[in-house]
Design a protein around this ligand. Structure first.
Ligand SMILES: *[C@@H]1O[C@H](CO)[C@@H](O)[C@H](O)[C@H]1NC(C)=O
Ligand SMILES: *[C@@H]1O[C@H](CO)[C@@H](O)[C@H](O)[C@H]1NC(C)=O
Ligand SMILES: *[C@@H]1O[C@H](CO)[C@@H](O)[C@H](O)[C@H]1NC(C)=O
Ligand SMILES: *[C@@H]1O[C@H](CO)[C@@H](O)[C@H](O)[C@H]1NC(C)=O
Ligand SMILES: *[C@@H]1O[C@H](CO)[C@@H](O)[C@H](O)[C@H]1NC(C)=O
Ligand SMILES: *[C@@H]1O[C@H](CO)[C@@H](O)[C@H](O)[C@H]1NC(C)=O
Length: 637
């Protein structure tokens, strides 16, 4: 594996960069030598570009050889044929930073990734064909995949290890054996186009739950089969499952869980360091390769979180109880795992970048925004109900067909609210309908009054057969015995509008009148945060807290930080990275409160604090986790 380079008539020997599998030594081979990797997951889409270098360096200093990252298709192709690889989406720059930091890369290229990411990374515009069978040989699905891979993979090719870049392996699909379709032609199709674009040399692999059941539909000849499993289980049994598909070759756990995901309304997941350290040691002692999922979880900014079924969406924080916290802080778990890694890899010399400072900027007074002249980007559709692909919010409006002087049932008999609907009549809030949870409320109002239903998309299902997650109102609503008809539908470009609010005027709070649950019509609140002078190194990272607020969305200087929902928890604070703050002028804050603000009765304030709270107890936590989640968890053991 030596090649020659002629420079100024002098012949140099240069070792060629190679990476592959040696089935005789049951190992990977890098540059002609046996190689075992210890890797950690970081999703560039969940960490601001500003902090990529800091996080990668902390990973390097933990003794890792490699990082593993997902490519979320919907993050890069927001509309069919429109591609975005700029700023926080600059994957090639991320790869370059990894390479400069001395980290190899294991690329999980999709098209489906799961990842607790909206629709598992698949673009919602695929649902324009209502009957599409995602992750199968459905011809429209394959056409879209082929086109996307024709954009992504050629960009990745120069970053392959043998071409001088950091990428040693590329994963095809993700946990396909857990999906009902079991379509080998689909996997063969992917194998073909990955080879077409990346060449014959690169190691292509799959990842599935560590059981023959999962490997049955997940593994394919030509794709190296790896497994995933959690700490605390039987490592021998888990790798025996991999051996059922790969009798020889390196042992690989592609997702060794350092923590676990959260859902709104459920207890924050915590996995003790000792459990992870012990199993990690067992894995490494047998010479196996491992990827720690996650090494840093990061944040579901804006609307990017996914959901599981029965419908439970994931919170804004994707902290994951990982060795590096959501904000990149060094934790006790980081040092515990670094110690184990240090028994097998030489830890790099030098300083570990310190945890960044956090600053408690304190309380910020907000004022209610009276929209007045602000009309929604109006698109009155003749259709009764449509299957919409959108992020954020859609307003459905109709007129009350009759006098509802007495409380009258408004219901969604077929559970068709996707996912949460804030109901008001002539601006007076009536209550909330919620998918799988609350299918009926009582309303009152006069015939002809505007019945407004603001529907929130809380994140598309990212796992299992419910991936075709149409949003909006997907079945009829009834008022009493009657089906409501003649809807106007307004997809709201709220993120676009937020920039206009910044230049507008605050108004007086409008009392919503008395109603039993004290809901208020959804409303915007604005305010400013000025970074204090005379203190060195400001702005710094911070967390924003919502005392006595209920549920909504927050933007700072137009950057969508994500959803807050202290009324349900367990997350009470949102991470605010310093890169979105400026010290030269006041920072503009916009809050969309969907249910009830403290503004008419208490102080209309949010607070910037220096410590996160993502583990609060909540009213729902006595609920046992739904069966499905337990099964998913168990399938990883
Ligand atoms: C782990 O699994 C192996 C293989 O199935 C089995 O032989 C062994 O007894 C198991 N160990 C424990 C502690 O259950
Ligand atoms: C609703 O009630 C108002 C007065 O209470 C009455 O004038 C009107 O005719 C009623 N409309 C319908 C559709 O029953
Ligand atoms: C709706 O109103 C009816 C009749 O007034 C009452 O029996 C029922 O409990 C109410 N339902 C809810 C969910 O408030
Ligand atoms: C809603 O009701 C209308 C009228 O009864 C019916 O034609 C239509 O099929 C229903 N739509 C859905 C999505 O159930
Ligand atoms: C906040 O909005 C004001 C105008 O209302 C603008 O002058 C200022 O530049 C904005 N601040 C930032 C940080 O964008
Ligand atoms: C939440 O986490 C903090 C910091 O780790 C800890 O001190 C606290 O006891 C936890 N609270 C709950 C309710 O678990």
């Amino acid at each position: 594996t030596i090649s020659h380079l002629l420079v100024n008539n002098v012949l140099f020997n240069i070792p060629q960069r190679t990476f592959g599998i040696d089935y005789d030594c049951n190992c990977f081979v890098k540059d002609g030598r046996p190689f075992r990797y210890i890797s950690g997951s970081i999703h560039y889409s969940r960490v601001p570009r500003y902090y990529w270098k800091d996080r990668l360096l902390k990973m390097k200093m933990a003794g890792l050889d490699a990082i593993q990252t997902y490519v979320p298709w919907n993050y890069h192709e927001p509309q069919m044929g429109v591609y975005d690889f700029s700023g926080d989406r600059d994957l090639e720059y991320f790869l370059q930073l990894a390479s400069e930091t001395g980290l190899l890369v294991i690329l999980r290229a999709g098209p489906y990734i799961c990842a607790e990411w909206d629709m598992g990374g698949l673009p919602a515009w695929l649902l324009e064909k209502e009957s599409i069978v995602l992750r199968s040989s459905d011809s429209d699905y394959l056409t879209a995949v082929e086109k996307w891979m024709g954009v992504l993979l050629p960009k990745m090719k120069p970053h392959l290890y043998q071409n001088g870049g950091p990428i040693i392996m590329v994963q095809v699909e993700n946990e396909y054996g857990s999906y009902f379709a079991c379509d080998y032609d689909y996997l063969r199709f992917l194998l073909k186009i990955f080879r077409q674009h990346l060449g014959d040399e690169v190691v292509l692999f799959t990842t599935d739950g560590a059981s023959q059941f999962h490997l049955k539909c997940g593994a394919l000849q030509g794709l190296y089969a790896t497994v995933d499993f959690a700490p605390g289980g039987n490592v021998t049994a888990a790798f025996l499952a991999q051996r059922s598909s790969e009798p020889t070759g390196p042992l690989v756990n592609s997702e060794f869980y350092t923590g676990w995901l959260d859902h709104w309304g459920h207890r924050h997941a915590v996995v003790p360091s000792q459990t992870i350290a012990k199993t990690l040691n067992e894995i490494l002692a047998r010479g196996a390769n491992v990827n720690l999922y996650m090494f840093i979880g990061g944040t579901n900014f804006a609307y990017w979180n996914g959901a599981n079924m029965p419908y439970m969406s994931q919170p804004t924080s994707y902290d994951y109880d990982a060795p590096l916290s959501e904000a990149g802080d060094l934790t006790e778990k980081y040092f515990a795992l670094r110690e184990v890694i240090g028994m097998y890899n030489q830890l790099p010399e030098g300083l570990i970048p310190p945890t960044t400072s956090k600053f408690a900027y304190g309380k910020v007074r907000l004022q209610k925004w009276v929209a007045g002249t602000q009309e929604p980007c109006n698109q009155i559709l003749p259709l009764l109900f449509i299957m919409i692909y959108y992020f954020g919010f859609v307003l459905y409006r109709t007129k009350l067909p009759k006098n509802c002087t007495e409380p009258t049932q408004l219901s969604s008999p077929l559970n068709g609210v996707r996912d949460r609907a804030y109901v008001s009549v002539d601006g007076v809030q009536q209550g909330v309908l919620e998918r799988d949870k609350s299918l009926m409320i009582n309303i009152t109002g006069n015939a002809g009054a505007n019945l407004d239903i603001l529907v929130e998309n809380m994140g598309r299902v990212n796992f299992g057969r419910f991936n075709n997650d149409f949003k909006g109102l997907v079945s009829n609503l009834t008022l009493g015995q009657d089906i409501l008809v003649e809807w106007e539908i307004y997809p709201l470009n709220i993120d676009g509008a937020v920039n206009h609010f910044i230049h507008g005027y605050p108004g007086q709070p409008k009392r919503s009148g008395s109603n039993p649950q004290s809901y208020e019509a959804p409303a915007f609140y604005t305010g400013t945060l000025s970074i204090p002078g005379g203190i060195p190194d400001l702005p710094q990272d911070t967390y924003v807290k919502f005392p006595d607020w209920t549920k909504g969305q927050i933007w700072i200087n137009g950057f969508n930080l994500g959803r807050y929902w202290p009324a349900r928890g367990p997350q009470l604070t949102l991470f605010v990275p310093r890169n979105i703050l400026v010290s030269s002028v006041p920072n503009n804050i916009t809050v969309l409160e969907l249910e009830h603000s403290p503004c008419s009765t208490q102080l209309c304030e949010i607070e910037f604090v220096d410590k996160p709270i993502i583990n609060a107890t909540t009213q729902y936590e006595i609920d046992a986790p739904p069966l499905f989640v337990r099964d998913m968890w168990l399938s990883h053991l």
